[in-house]
Each structure stands twice: as structure tokens, then as C-alpha cells.
Design a protein around this ligand. Sequence first.
Ligand code: CA
Length: 428
Amino acid sequence: MSALTYRYVAMTDVGLRRTNNEDSGFAGTRLLAIADGMGGAAAGELASSTALNTLRRLEDGFDGDALDALEGAVTAANDRLAEAIADDPAVEGMGTTIEAMLWDGEKLAVAHLGDSRAYRLRGTTLTQISTDHTFVQSLVDEGRLTADEARQHPHRSLLLRALLGRDDNAPDLSWIQPQQGDRYLLCSDGLSDMVTDDKIEQALRAETIDLAATELVTLALEHGGVDNVTVVLAEFVAADAEPDPDLVCADGRPQLVGAAAEQPRPPTGHAVTPAAAPVDEEELRYASRPPGRRRRFKLVLGLVIVLAVIAGGGYAGYAWTQAQYYVSADGDQVAIYRGVDVDLPGISLSKVDERTTVQVASLPTYNQRLVRDGLPAENRADAQNIVAELTALSTPATNPTPTPSATGAPTAGTPSPKQSSTAAPDKD
Ligand code: CA
């Protein structure tokens, strides 16, 4: 077997719906890696950049076995997350996926944790190398869902494992033997949720990996771009192949993209709008309580408790779920739910606590999606505050295009703290 080397490229895009990028990506001569942070806004960025900045020290070299080195780096990244969470309780619940490959000159060591993915294109055959650590994947494995059904499943993002700064979430570790001509893709779910494997395969067959990366990110945006999208690509070539001066990697320098490439920012755990980024008015309205904050963690925690309930009939676990609140849609209307927003076959862990008169369709599109996804609340009063904010954003169905009035009455899309909510607590 002739000696191999690889060409590489990393690319990211914040997507069409988000104002911050919680993904981090790295491509260098030894290491390829992606981290997709979670925990809401700044916490997700902190998680993914902390993990990736720890992993990328491997690019400077490592001693001994590549798989041992990679496992050690993931453990170190987990330790850094635990320290960051201990330092600042505001970021508790943050976490990140890991998809990483380390080249020892002959083969690739692979670490996988979460729902970021690794694919290989060999010839014309695309193979998904990683197995998602998600609830829906476990149903697929049991034959209870097809892969297509899993793609559409409302809880496809429910993770069973991620890097959370805890001791109980180890990565999958494996070796890969690349062949000349192989192309490898590491991607965040912002690509794989938006784009089918068939389309990924087509894009990966582009003339160069730089073109393929551009095509993949473009496809994710064309298919909705609802999440941050990050791709890292590598193409294996003969070690003595002529370099292609047109490729980004021709300068031999590593490429760092996404959250890890941005200026460090204070780990406050609160939404931070990057100064250079356009301000998203709708997101700012939720600045005190960033949309989606802690949701995935809550789902992970919720699932653990659900499994405990199933396994042991544990009342304490059930009681915990019933102390949780969130705001979501009940048919066409906004409602406050009590319980955990986890939908398991045959098991309901939430019920409508209070139905409001706010029509989901009366909300701005962005907020409709947030409601459909479910907005976690700290408690019942917080849920009522969320409803009050949504009420202020809603457009009355009878008057879809109101004109601003001179009386000072609130108009659609103009939130007013004084505007009453149908779900506001009664005054004494
Ligand atoms: Ca993502």
C-alpha cells in the first residue's frame, strides 16, 4: 500500500434562523473535528469552543497510539466543561457533540459522541460511519422506526449521549483504514437534518472538496437552514501527489471555524448578540430567557428520568417531571403544559395546564416555530410570562394588518409590558 496523505477543508454557516453559531469546526494535517454546542446561545458556543480548543492541541502532535491520544483529549475536553460549569452555574446544562478523526500517518482514529456525523464516500458509495446517539436512532435500531421516519420525528434531536462535563458519557472509539480517493465528511446535524444522504453523496462527488463543502452548506441553507451548519472534509491522496494550489489547504495551515474561531466572550450563560452580527429583533425579545435554552439538556435529563420511571416505577422521577412547565401548541392554540416535553410510545409525561386564546398562527413565523418546538419555563409563573410575551407579539386574526394608531394602543408586533395576557396571573 502506497503512503497516503489528505487534503482538508472546514466550513461553517450560522444558517438562516439563528443569530449565533454554536458549532465549531477544525481541519488540519493531523486532526479533523466538529463540536456542536447546546445549552442556549453563549453556553452552547462556550461548550463547543472549549471542547474543540482542547481537542485541537492534538494537531501539534501526540505520543503513542492515536486512539489513546484521542480518547485522552476527549476526556480532557470533558474535564474543561466540568470546570467551566463549576465556575459559572449559569452555564449548567451546556454540552456538545464530538466528531473527531486523528491521523497517525497510516490510519484514522475516530471518536464520536452525540448526533454529529461522519460519512465516507468511497467510489460512488456513501456510508455513514457514525451511529447517532439519539433516542430516534435507538428506535431505528430496534426496528420500530424507519430511517425516513426518524428524519421526520419531532424528537429527533433528543440525545442519549453528549459531552456534558460528567463521567457517564464516553465516546464511541474506532479505527478507520482510508484508501486513496476516499472522501470523509464530518458534519453537524444542521446538515444531516436538512439534506438527505442521496444529496450529500451527490455533493461530495464535486470536483474538489472545497467545492463539495460549499455545495453542502448551500444545500443546507436551501433546505431551510434552521440550524448552524458545519462541514469538515478530507480527501485521501497519494503522499507524493502534486499539491493543488487552488485548494484552501494548500497553505498547509489548519482551519478553525465557528464558535471556537470567534473572540472569547464572558461565560455568562446569557444570550449574547455578536456586535458584528445583524440584530434579530425577535430573538432579542427573548434575551432575558433565550429560546431553547437548556431545552436539549432538559430533554436528555427528562429521558434519563423517563427511563428510570419505566425501569423502576420510581415515583420521585415522575414527581420531578410533574414539577416542570413549558409553553407549546395545543392544536392551533398556545398552551402552558405541565410535565416534560418527551414523547415516548405509550407514555405521556405532560398535559395541558392552561389553554390560552392566543392562536399559534397569529404569531410571527419565527415564534410559531419556537412554540411548536416548545419553550421551557423555569416554573409556572415563568410560563405565564412567556405567554404574556407571545400575546404581545400576536396579530389579532380579525385585523391581520393593523395600522399604528395615535391612541397609543398596542399594535401587532409591538410588545408592551402593560398588555394583558389571557394567561396572566390574577391580581389580588
Ligand atoms: Ca446543531
